[in-house]
Structures are given as C-alpha cells and as structure tokens.
Design a protein around this ligand. Structure first.
Ligand code: NDP
Length: 451
C-alpha cells in the first residue's frame, strides 16, 4: 500500500528544518508557501500520495562551484558560485543571477523555490531556478567585473542552455554583466542562442525588459486598488531601493498620478516631501547605474530632501508602500508602523522583502498585500517573451510588449482572486498566489509520475 504524507504542518516544517540546517531563508520561504498549500491539499489525496509538496521543496539540483579571477593588482581572488535548479515541470529552469556578498546557498534556494511559483503564475512555460555568487561588484573596476563574469560563465555554461536553463539579471547583475556573460558563453560554445535574458537590444534583448519588474509591480498595485474602486491618483508612495526595480516602480507611480516620497540603498533612505519627480528619477538612475553613486548624494542635488543613515523608510507616512530592495527589509514593527500611519496597500517589488511576521500584520489589518511572486513577476514574464522572440528570431514592438505585460499582470491578478478571495471582503493575495502557482506545477508533476 502506498504511504501518503499526511503529516501535520509542524511535522512537515520540522523535516524541512532538519534537512536544511543553517538555511533560514529557504526554510522561511517554504513555510510561507506551505501554510497555504496545506489547507488547499487537505482533501486532495493524490498530492499527498505523490509527495508533491515535499518534492517541490527539494531542488532538482544545486550546483556549487569555485570562481577564480585576478584583480587589477594581480591578486588571485576566489569566490563561490551556484546555480539552483529547483523545478522544470512546466518549462526550462528560469531565474536571475545575483552578485552580492550576502549571497549564500540558502538565499539562492529560497529564491529558486519562490521563482517556481512566480513563473507558473505568469502563465508562461518556465520552470524555476536562481544562481549567483558572493562576489561584491561594489568598488570593482569594469575590467575586474568582466574577468569575474567570464570566469563565472566558464563553469556555468555547462549547466545551462536555451531549452535547459535560462538565467537573467538580479541584484548586482544588469545589462553590462549579462553582456560579459553572454560573450563568454558564445565564445565557449560557438552558439548564438537565447541562453540568457536581459540582453542588449542589439544582440537579442527585448524592449521593456528593464522596466518590466517595476512597472509590473505598480500595475499589480493598481489592479488591487481598482478591485476596491480606488486608483493611484494623488496617493503618496514610500519605496525602498534605488536600483532597477525601485526606479521603474517610482516612474510608473508618477505616470499614474501618484507622488513618490522615498528611495533607499544599503546606506539608508532619502525622503523628499516635494515628491521624487521624473527628472529626479532620471538623475537617480544615472547616479546609481552609470556613476555607481550612493543615494545619500540625492540631498546635495535636490534641496529639501533629507537622508536618514542606516534605516529603512517604513516610518514615513504614506498611502501605498513598495519594498523594492532585498529580502527581509520590512519587519513586523515596520508593518505595524505602516498600518498605524494609514497605508492601504503594499506591493512587493523585491523577493520576500516582508518577513513572515510583517505579512501576518498586514493580513490581520486587512491591508491589500501583493507578495513578490505575484507583484514582481512582470520581469520574468518579459524575460519569457524575450525567449519567445529569440526562438522565433524576431522582435516585437514596444507597444505590443507593453500590452502583453499588462495582460500578463491582469492574468496574475485574476489567478490570485480565484484562490485568494476569503469571502469576507478581504482578498488574501498571498494565499491566492501560492495556490495558483502550486496547482499548475503540481498537476504537471502528477502527469510525469515519479521522476
Ligand atoms: P539592483 O541591484 O538594481 O538594486 C538593488 C537595490 O537594493 C539597491 O538600491 C541596493 O542598494 C539595495 N540593496 C541590495 N541589498 C541590500 C541590503 N542588503 N540592504 C539594503 N538595501 C539593499 O537590483 P534589482 O532592482 O534588480 O532587484 C531588487 C529586488 O527585486 C531583489 O529582491 C530582486 O531579487 C528583485 N527582483 C528583481 C527583478 C529584476 O527584473 N531585476 C525581477 C524580480 C525580482 P546598494 O546600491 O547600496 O547595494
């Protein structure tokens, strides 16, 4: 007789903790998803008998490798690189590459796990993966970054491919780094394929990929507000981060009539009570991307703004909040401060920026809350469209892609409603996203049998 895994939630989580010692981010991500999935599968014997949740919470593969490179002073440096291939039930592994000193196997396993559900939610055929290194690009010369990227790809290339695993950018990896890695892949394999996304427009990239994550997070926010008969006109927004996601979220908020009050980086946050307008956002983009500057310097450029060192911006009163920097940057007390100050909606541009306590604070207060796997899926969705364009050897126009992005974000919102409508006037988007993402992957896994 088949043995089913009808264990209770705490026994399941004990097992996850035991099998993944020293990996708190991964355990946290599995817990957040499993809380909802346990309810959903309670009466669905097949998922239990086939141990589907247990299987999704065990990556298909974790590749760990050494990355050696030489700095400008001739010193040999050694970093660690990883690629986590979590699940390819519905398509090739897909997910970004992160270069940041905080990168560990636990962080990448959590991101690859989340990515699996996010990619399923987009409706496109993409599995879940994530990769990266503890390499710190800050303070490195362009030649050092090039040598690091080439060395990283010299190992990674054997694990990826246009129909196998298609990495993209993430924290610390933008168009420049993708260029260096794509160049090395092409050189080693002698193949020009869509093996990476986030490429430059001249060599296979897609229009609006850069903007897609931030824009998508605001489209999702607008959808949540619209479901309650509201919009963004005149609303104040507090945003963290000042990278790709944060600046494009700010841009779309401004376009839709809102007022952006804050941006941040790992040094602290700036608060501009006059509003961070489009010309100021353009300055931040150039300052952070091309000049590699710090957000603090915003206050020298724009009088009236203030900088608070070492703090996140969640204490600034606002109508809507968009955490767009990194994981676990919005904690329980921050969530309480946002609620107390009258915030009505939160849309996560980053991955898991709100910790579990914060999520529960928002849900208990019935704040509209969009988890990253739904709200920030616009980026990977346009990456999926980049893959399609590469396979078809064609390029869609900006108008076509903008419409597709909007349609995809609308589709994700609708899928969240299917499983997240609690029936008491509150929509639990976390639950909706978790169940809709899980169901698609789980049903594909059932079709394949035990593999
Ligand atoms: P960028 O590297 O462009 O920007 C990251 C921003 O977050 C910077 O302002 C950075 O500050 C800040 N930051 C990074 N780490 C920390 C930290 N430990 N504490 C405080 N601030 C920090 O990255 P992205 O904008 O691309 O990514 C931001 C988030 O969005 C990540 O969670 C990423 O996984 C997620 N995401 C990104 C997608 C994309 O398309 N790019 C797609 C989906 C999700 P500093 O300059 O000081 O390092």
């Amino acid at each position: 007789m088949a043995v089913s895994d009808h264990v209770d939630f705490s026994t399941f989580m004990e097992g996850v903790k035991k099998r993944n010692p020293g990996q708190p981010e991964f355990v946290q991500a599995v817990q957040e998803v499993s809380e909802d999935i346990f309810d959903f599968i309670a009466d669905k014997e097949e998922y239990h008998a086939q141990q589907i949740l247990r299987r999704i919470a065990e990556p298909d593969r974790v590749v760990s490798f050494r990355v050696c490179w030489e700095d400008d002073n001739g010193n040999i440096r050694v970093q660690r690189g990883w690629r986590v291939q979590n699940n390819n039930a519905i398509g090739p592994y897909k997910g970004g590459i992160r270069f940041h000193p905080s990168v560990t196997e636990s962080v990448l396993k959590f991101l690859a796990f989340e990515q699996t559900f996010k990619n399923a939610l987009t409706g496109l055929p993409m599995g879940g993966g994530k990769g990266g290194s503890n390499f710190n690009p800050k303070g490195k010369s362009v030649r050092e970054i090039m040598r690091f990227c080439q060395s990283f790809m010299t190992e990674l290339y054997r694990h990826i491919g246009a129909d196998i695993d298609v990495p993209a950018g993430d924290i610390g990896v933008g168009g420049r780094e993708i260029g260096f890695m794509f160049g090395q892949y092409k050189r080693i394999t002698n193949e020009f394929t869509g093996v990476l996304t986030g490429k430059g427009l001249e060599w296979g990239g897609s229009l609006i990929r850069t903007e897609a994550t931030g824009y998508g997070a605001v489209y999702f926010l607008a959808n949540m507000l619209a479901a309650k008969g509201q919009d963004l006109v005149g609303k104040t927004a507090v945003i963290s981060g000042s990278g790709n996601v944060a600046t494009h979220a700010a841009e779309k908020i401004v376009q839709l009539g809102g007022k952006v009050l804050t941006l941040s980086d790992s040094g602290g946050f700036i608060h501009d009570p006059d509003g961070i307008t489009q010309d100021k956002i353009d300055w931040v983009k150039a300052h952070k991307t091309h000049r590699r500057g710090r957000i603090e310097e915003y206050c020298d450029e724009f009088k009236g703004a203030s900088f608070t060192a070492g703090k996140t911006p969640w204490g600034v009163p606002c109508d809507v909040a968009l955490p767009c920097a990194t994981q676990n940057e919005l904690l329980g007390d921050d969530a309480k401060a946002l609620v107390a100050n009258g915030c009505v909606a939160v849309s996560e541009g980053a991955n898991m920026p709100t910790n579990l306590e914060g999520v529960h604070v928002f849900k208990d207060a019935k704040i509209m809350f969009a988890p990253g796997k739904a709200a920030n899926a616009g980026g990977v969705a346009v990456s999926g469209l980049e893959m399609s364009q590469n396979s078809g050897r064609r390029a869609w126009s900006e108008g076509e892609l903008q419409q597709m992005l909007k349609d995809i974000m609308d589709g994700i919102h609708t899928r969240c409603l299917t499983y997240g409508d609690r029936g008491d006037g509150y929509i639990d988007y976390v639950k909706g996203a978790n169940i809709a993402g899980f169901k698609k992957v789980a049903d594909a896994m059932l079709a394949f049998g035990v593999v």
